[in-house]
Design a binder for this molecule. Sequence first.
Ligand code: ADP
Ligand code: MG
Length: 693
Amino acid sequence: MDERSLLTSLKGIGEKKADAFRRAGIETVGDLIGYYPRAYESFEAPLDYLELSDGRTAAVCGFIEGSISVRYVKNFKITSAKLRMDGGLLPLVWYNMPYLRSQLHPGMRYVFRGRVRRKGRSLQLEQPSVYTPEKYEELMSGLQPVYPLVKGLTETTLRSALRQAFDSLGPLPEYLPESIRKSAGLASLSFATERVHFPSDKEEMGIARKRLIFDEFFLFILQLRMLRESRQKALRSRPLSEGGHAAQVIASLPYSLTGAQKKVWEEIRSDLCSDHVMARLVQGDVGSGKTILAFLGLILTAENGCQGALMVPTEVLARQHYEAFCRLMEEQSFDCRAVLLTGSMKASEKKAAREKIESGEAQIIIGTHALIQEKVIYRDLALVVTDEQHRFGVKQREMLGTKGEEPHVLVMSATPIPRTLAVILYGDLDVSVLDEMPARRLPIKTAVVDRSWRPKAYSFIREQIAAGRQAYIICPMVEESEAVDAENVTDYAEMLRGELPESCVIGVLHGRMKPQEKNAVMERFLAGEIKVLVSTTVVEVGVNVPNATVMMIENAERFGLAQLHQLRGRVGRGDAQSYCIFMRGDSSGESADPEQDTAGKRLKILRDSNDGFEIARKDLELRGPGDLFGVRQSGIMQFRIADPFEDHEIMQNAAACADRIMRQDNGLERPQNAALKQKLLLYIDKNAKNVNI
Ligand code: ADP
Ligand code: MG
């Protein structure tokens, strides 16, 4: 038997059980031993009566006093007893377990472990498990792994299958070079793999986990490094060359590029014109001017007769980029044909777009996920740009990459990822930083207020509109339901009509609308026809309406800092002074010092800074390494046992080891790295299978 053997080769696992395992994603013995516990339960020492409190899970020790009774209430059989323990008499209650009456003996000592609940004025222990004091003593010294279970799969089945697997596999071969294991202080693979399931104590569990977490990071990072290496080595059969169009565009823009934009454009330009394949991330805060850099790259690609693609996360943004690009081409009288391809387009429109792409009639392709989902055949695709990439996973990035033959890849992001995480997120990319805002930009003025301030806010919006400006109002998310959100936005707009002059056109935008309807509203807002846009967070990413100068966010305390920073970034994109109003819905002015609560502290960070990196840093300080900026949910980092936040020290160590080994032996050709190379190839192969959508 080896790790590739099917589970049915284990004793006692027939087709039916194998099915249950399959539901948990376990097909082979290897999958089984890699099915790590999601937590460990430890049995804590029994508590005294006075230590008990409502809601807590506790163990208590004592003897049963009096008799054990069973009552019938509706459909329940309620068993109750009283436990005499140090400091008091604790009622015990079980539902539908009447047989306990004959199993428990008054006068004998037991340990009971269950949830403490307040019942009237006293506490009781509900549905406790029963142990002899000796058995409990034994449990206290060990750790009980807790597994993510699926229907039909019990803890007992899992544990016995695991036991058998380890017994028949024998020691697992080590693949990490000795030098790495030594320097990182890691246990052997064999020890770690077994003890993560069967730890005899906390210390062993820690040692086992450390090794497995290290491995997960190490292989992931090594894969990214190899990818970067191969990209850098990959030669373009025909390097692009500069034809002068990009320079012409730069010279005729209504503004001059910032120093940072010039520097980054130079990096992109020289990558594009070199003979290797570019893989570059441009990281710049909201409003730092990333779009023009993407356009310049696309222009350079097109003037070489190649295709370029720009992929963005939302329909609204795709359309906006498409229109801005076409406008720029018209102004410059360049003959460069762009097409738009988004999921919501009619089948016939999509077909027409696909044909233009395949025939090469279209040089620039702008769109959403449709660019990778539709059966698009590119013709000499030389550059792929993804904007606001934090919405795309590595896999999706790769997908678009594989559509052409080794295109250059440019990734643009406004998410201020701390350097520590960049290792994981962008380990395969070179990084350019846009660390300068366009010069004439006035910092956005931000206020945090409560609802009593609403009339002032509306009169402020009236003034701004009278001065020719526009405003966004983002509506509270009442529930995680689009239907409720939609209603909210609509009701709010209705209410707002009474506050604003009749001539002032109010638009509504929410996730329930059809893409065409959304586009139409966005276009009317961009054209200045709609003055106030009442919206859910659909406008969050990337939208550019420079004439909008007010962003008002209702129930601001319910949003994450990153989201608020992105939302605020929708204003302050032109020369005029812009304003952001964070309206709190939770403190109607009563709280003595609203800045002292967490929501208040977080909003204060935003009020005091416009700098995404600074905000990210403060957020980290305030919350600890929790789910910073929603990275965890983005699905980019799905590890089985490792957590980039909790385990970031191990991650740093793994990154350092990966870099060291790449420096010494970047093709993993040395004999001492042979086992590692084989493991890595298997790992990459397995990941590649998951990419197929
Ligand atoms: P982001 O980096 O958030 O994608 P955009 O590229 O959308 O920012 O740019 C925001 C606004 O700033 C746009 O209206 C754009 O035309 C303008 N802009 C870009 N670069 C400059 C510059 N160097 N000077 C003045 N305005 C600029
Ligand atoms: Mg942008």
